[in-house]
Each structure stands twice: as structure tokens, then as C-alpha cells.
Write a protein that binds this ligand. Sequence first.
Ligand SMILES: [Mg+2]
Length: 320
Amino acid sequence: MINGDVNGSANSARLSREALLDRARGCAVGAAVGDALGMPLEFGPARRGRYQVRAMQAGRLPAGAFTDDTEMALALAESLIARDDLDTDDVLRRFVDWYRRSPADVGNQLSLVLSSVRAGRPRAEIVRQLAGRQGNGSVMRCYPVALRFCVSLPRCLQASIEQSDITHPDPLCGAACALVNAVIWHGLRGADAATAVERALEAVELPDALRRTVEQAPGRSADELQNTGWALHAVESAVWGLLTTDSFAECVIQVANLGNDADTSACVVGAMAGAVYGLDAIPLDWREALHGRWPIHSERVWRVADFVALADALVGRGGE
Ligand SMILES: [Mg+2]
């Protein structure tokens, strides 16, 4: 709980509000820096010891550049702010608009869904086509929902599943988003990493395989983690990183260096770790390097101050 809510003191309520904002900013910036740190490691092998990448590096994009994971989160976040709620039709319109502009990166499942929507295919047919697909594309962009619905956990969990269903209707994907956002939700309220995961496991109904995976994640070694584009693997890597390290930087570094779908898993754990550790825990040189054009191919370059303002706007919509 936020102290100010309990004792009614105006002063502590203000301080608590500041603490909440610091963690919300940490979440938004953390997700984007995780994405950028993982970018040059995407599709590569796992790296150990002195071969680990521990600073922003160039890959197919310049050092510090964010990718599709962050672009989709920004589309979702701007819809949540503009519509003052989760309007799934509006979110889908924004995703299609992003896709129409030919992003540098787009996941297989997202490409299938968004090209089908553009072609005017009926929703029921698209959902049938997605049967059994459990990609991580809705998990990588889910954090704005936790910030927007930071007052009500039930609403946060429901909206997490609804935002997943837009492109990833498999129940495992929705549950994965709800779990990640529940961890963020508790982190925003001051829970440490272990407590946030424990409370999220209590709050979210999970398919057995996902629950088992999350519970066993902290006991895994890096060698056992496949870190593929499967939603289950993204959550496994992210929970493993959060629970086996004790700082924002180390957490994101270890997950990004798992390789394979490095940027997405590092983005997911960056959102969770940012909510737990707060904005100031994110290395300054990472924050300063962070950048990317949004809307894509426009002249507008987003930097850390823009993510801070975005977090403030989302939490502001969350109400007092
Ligand atoms: Mg990406």
C-alpha cells in the first residue's frame, strides 16, 4: 500500500505519489532501454563472462536505438491517453497504421494479424488462423496498461488480457501479459522483486505450464533458458532475471545476453525491474543513449524525457 493512502497525511501522500511516479517512469524508461540493450544481441547466441555486452552497442541500428517492441508500446500508450481507457478498436487502428508505414522490424504473428486486418478479413477468420500461436508480441508491449490502471489491480489484469487479445488471443498470451503487469503493478506500490512476483502469482489465474515455469524460473541456470519468441519463454527469462539479480542493470544485462529474442525479453524485464527499482536505478549512460523516431520515419526523435512524460501522463490518467 501507499503510506499516504493509509494515514491520510497530505505530506506523505505527496511523497508517495512521487515514489509511484519514479517507479512508473522507471518502468517506461526501463522497458525502452532493455529493448535497446538487447537490440544488437537479437537472434545471436547466448554470451557469458567477458563476452557479455554490458553497454549500449550498435547492431542493425545505432547504439541506444529502440525497436518494434517499444514502438508498439508507444502506440498502445498513446491510445490509452487519447481515449482515456482501453479502446481495443483504436489500439488496433494504431497498430495497423504503424504496420502500414513499414517498420524495420515486425514479428511473424503480428505481421500475419496486421496484414489480415489491412486486407479486410473478418475477425473470426483471423482468430481461427491464430489458433495455437503463442508469440511474445503482446507481452513485449503490455506495460502501459499497468501504468494506466495503476489504481485498480482487477481492472489492470482484465485490460492486460484484452490488450493481448487484439493480436494474440491465445489464453497463454493474455495470462503472460496479466502476470507481467501484476508484477509491475506491485512494483509501482513499493514491493521488492520477490514480493512482486509472489503477489502476482497469487493474483493471476495462469495455465499450469506457465505457473510452473514462473515458479521454477529462479532455480534455472542461464544455459537452460531458450529465450525464444514464445510468450512462455519471454516470461521465464524475465522472471529469472528479476529474481536472480539485485540491480536494474545486472537484471537487464543478464537477460539481454541470453541472446535469441534478446530485445523482447530484455524489454519485458526492463519494465518490471524499472517498476521495482525506479528511474534513478537505470544507468545514466543508458538513459542518455536511448533514442528512436516516433512516429516511425518521422522527424520526431524520442529520448528519455519523452518516456518520462509518457509515464506521467499514463499514471495521471490512472487517477489519485
Ligand atoms: Mg524488437
